[in-house]
Write a protein that binds this ligand. Sequence first.
Ligand SMILES: [Zn+2]
Length: 217
Amino acid sequence: MELGDDTARIVEQVTYRQDVDRVGDVIITTGEPRDEIDGDLAAVSEIVDATWPTSQRHELAQLSAVREESRGLVGVVHPPATGGWILSLDLADIDDRALIEETIVHELSHVVTLDNGVFTFGEVEGCSGVQISLGCAEADSLLARFADRFWPCDLGSAFADDYVNDYASTAAHEDLAETFTAWVLGRPIEGEVIEAKIEMLSADAEMAELADALLLA
Ligand SMILES: [Zn+2]
């Protein structure tokens, strides 16, 4: 799958199963006996190890392997009540290392911009920053500024050319994540609006640091 294939990530709407087998820090939700997927699990955790920067390692509470190919899932992050983030990756994509790496970059941008210091999930009464479909971005946070400028009233531009791909046009936080990913991966960038988005992301110290760490990885 290419970046831009809008079936690539059916992400934030994933419902997590409760009947999971725990293997150390890795949760398996495929229902398969552990010994049958041990090789894939080892491979997926090796890719995460090699890609996820050390500076963000404390954010990764858990790696979860899933099998959701029918729904087009590649990866998703979500914050458990216990803190940090759970990263879930689909074992079906194990042979496509580039896709998994790209997905990790995308998810890392969520980890940074949806952190509980700057973002509250859900409809927040009296959100002092910018309320988007996913939740309330704190005033002056990168996502608040990004949404305020490019998604006024939580409505993105109607022009396809203003997005790096179709998935970016689905929500403000996905636009930020896909634009960040395209920038970090050095995808060809065209158009004033996309350039302005990248300018905003690259001017943000935390995102610039993340981009640097990813390039070094
Ligand atoms: Zn996403």
